[in-house]
Ligand binder design. Sequence first.
Ligand code: GLN
Length: 304
Amino acid sequence: MIDYQDVLNTIYQEIIQETEKGDIATYIPELANVDKSTFGIHLQLVSGQAFSVGDAEKKFSIQSISKVLSLALALSRVGIDLWDRLDVEPSGNPFNHLSLLELEKGIPRNPFINSGAIVIADMLVSLLEHPKEDFLDFVRDLTGDDTIDYNNKVADSEMQTGFNNFAAANLLKSFDNLNNDVADVLDFYFHQCSLEMTCAQLTKAFYVFANQGHCLKEKTRLTKSQAKRINAIMLTCGFYDEAGEFAFEVGLPGKSGVGGGIVALLPNEFVISVWAPGLNEKGNSKLGMQALEKFTTKTNQSIF
Ligand code: GLN
């Protein structure tokens, strides 16, 4: 029997001594004010027990982690036709690169690079009666927590400065792969990225992927196959051009965001989230990746 609390405490002590903490994502001005020394981990076992260390109850901007949740909602509504408009191949490129999108005629490589997530956002804007409210309800329901909310300042900050995402959306539109107005789709996309959650809330939201499509309340939110497929995409595409490195070092499906959060899971066993806001040069949490490498090494648990 693994003493998870002891493992988390040891990782915490090792990580807080690291002096190279990475860089905060300042390209979204509202994210620039976060304290780089913040660090927390939350572990939720599928069997029910949970363990925490550090700043696991502090809210942060989940950013691209939200792309997994929007994909889950879209896939549960649209089914496999969703894949007519985007692919499931790793991009080997940064999350915001546009050149592949042009080369591949407006079909994004996968739903976790920005252009792919914008196509998913477009589907949800078409499908949902009140897109922002309905998506928030979906996340609250998965997590069992009504306090989760958007940070409108962060969303506005991206609306003012997100020229690259406007370029991606316009490129998609030019290839006929965006049905709604660019501004409406990006308003939704920037709000989904602005969701604020704690490590503890994130593990609860992602429980559905570790538990074959059943959320914490044991309600079915995805089919077993949909959960399995989303986990596969997290493994191959969850860390952009560092997906190989994450599989190599950590060995779990997972997803990162430029707010410094990472959530990862071992199907049928656990969900773990970490928050350390400093990023490496690929835009993934530097100490978050190190912490997860230590976790799967010390507990000898990974999908491999
Ligand atoms: N909202 C951010 C963007 O679109 C999300 C990027 C990320 O977390 N990798 O640039």
